[in-house]
Design a protein around this ligand. Structure first.
Ligand SMILES: Cc1cn([C@H]2C[C@H](O)[C@@H](COP(=O)(O)OP(=O)(O)OP(=O)(O)O)O2)c(=O)[nH]c1=O
Length: 194
């Protein structure tokens, strides 16, 4: 049985779009970048930790496959996770305005006997954003619970002048890379086109 180790509603929606049946595991994994840890390594590590912690919850299921994922915004080697508060959200958006950042989404699919991993790196360019736009966006509430303080699946799509990569990966789960992992594990409902 496939399980998604995530409380992210975006991940639940995106995995659901692949048409596979899955159960849910609610987890709270601490996300703390280690001193000197490269940004991408951090994202890959956290995705793996989520999947591993999820697997520990379903030891009774010998056929368990557990999917964990992590998404972070990276600018100048700095990792922008979920904003702590409105000031933090405004500061992140001011930093992202007028520049290109990376969105790194890592996926880890683990069974009791092994695992596979995928990484999607997208480049997102934001228009210049003035303080009034940023203030209104943060006040509307969409910034919270999202890496980098924006949700591309909402009105923040209007901030994006260019996306080089995967829209679903920016939203939290790279659909193509995830479908490939599932197909390799024998779970894909569809063959993934090459
Ligand atoms: C950049 C961006 C991120 N996000 C979200 C996806 C993730 O839910 C969140 C990044 O935080 P994550 O720590 O990756 O995930 P999470 O804590 O929400 O969920 P869980 O650990 O339980 O799986 O930001 C969007 O919804 N839209 C976006 O455009």
């Amino acid at each position: 049985m496939l399980y998604l180790a995530s409380k992210s509603p975006r991940r639940r929606e995106l995995l659901g779009r692949l048409g596979v049946a899955f159960g849910l595991i609610d987890l709270d994994i601490p996300e703390q970048r280690r001193a000197g840890e490269p940004a991408v390594d951090y994202v890959v590590r956290v995705a793996g930790e989520k999947a591993r912690a999820g697997l520990a919850e379903v030891v009774a299921d010998p056929d368990a496959l557990v999917l964990g994922s992590d998404t972070e915004v990276i600018l100048d080697d700095e990792v922008f996770g979920k904003p702590a508060d409105a000031d933090d959200a405004r500061a992140m958006l001011r930093r992202l305005a007028g520049r290109t950042h990376q969105v790194v989404s890592a996926v880890s699919l683990l069974s009791h006997s092994g695992g596979s991993h995928a990484l999607a790196v997208s480049h997102v360019t934001f228009a210049e954003l003035d303080d009034a736009v940023i203030d209104a966006y943060v006040a509307a509430g969409d910034a919270f619970g999202k890496a980098g303080a924006y949700a591309i699946q909402g009105v923040a799509e209007t901030f994006v002048t260019r996306l080089d990569g995967s829209h679903s990966a920016v939203m939290g789960l790279p659909m193509r890379e995830t479908a490939v992992l599932l197909a390799e594990a024998g779970l894909g409902p569809l063959a993934v086109p090459a």
